[in-house]
Each structure stands twice: as C-alpha cells, then as structure tokens.
Design a binder for this molecule. Sequence first.
Ligand SMILES: [Zn+2]
Length: 105
Amino acid sequence: MNVYEIGPYWIAAKSADHALGVYVEETHELSDLVIGEPGEGETEEVTISIRQLTRNQVESPSVYCCEDGGCSFCKDEEDAVLISYQDLINKREEREFPCVIAKEE
Ligand SMILES: [Zn+2]
C-alpha cells in the first residue's frame, strides 16, 4: 500500500489513479480547488499535484493518532501519541482501501 498526498489529504492506495479517485470523491464540491472563471471561449486549467510518500515517510511516526485521546493507540497514555501512516493503514481492513487515512485541518 502506498500513501499519496493530494491537497490536504493523505490517501492510502495501491496506485496514484486509485488515490486520485478517492480525492475526487472527497472533493466533489471541489471546495479545495481554486479555479478562476474562464472568460467566454477561454480555458482555465486546474492542476492537482500527487506526491507519493517515501517508504521512510510512511513508516516514521509523524501524525497524531487522534484528537481527543482514548483511541486504540493511546488509551494507556495521557495524550494522543505520534504514529506512522503505516500504523493507520494497519488498523484498517484490506477492503477499506483506497481511502483517506489523514487530513490536514
Ligand atoms: Zn489516540
């Protein structure tokens, strides 16, 4: 499973086109996309950047497990703990993918 960063989303998917499909579903109102109003007969382009995280980035603790504490990762801790994207992938079922595993607020 790879992790792709698209806009504010981290999406776990087997390939970039699957990740892009999830992104389009998530942003069906396209509120995250900014597009200028094309004049009559003109064309505006939207560029979507997809970045595949390195294996190291996926496996390094870099994201908090939850907001309020008390999830399965931090139930024995005082606060939310840093976990890796791989941890987020591992806690999900295979059939849930591709899906968003984290979102920048
Ligand atoms: Zn937690």
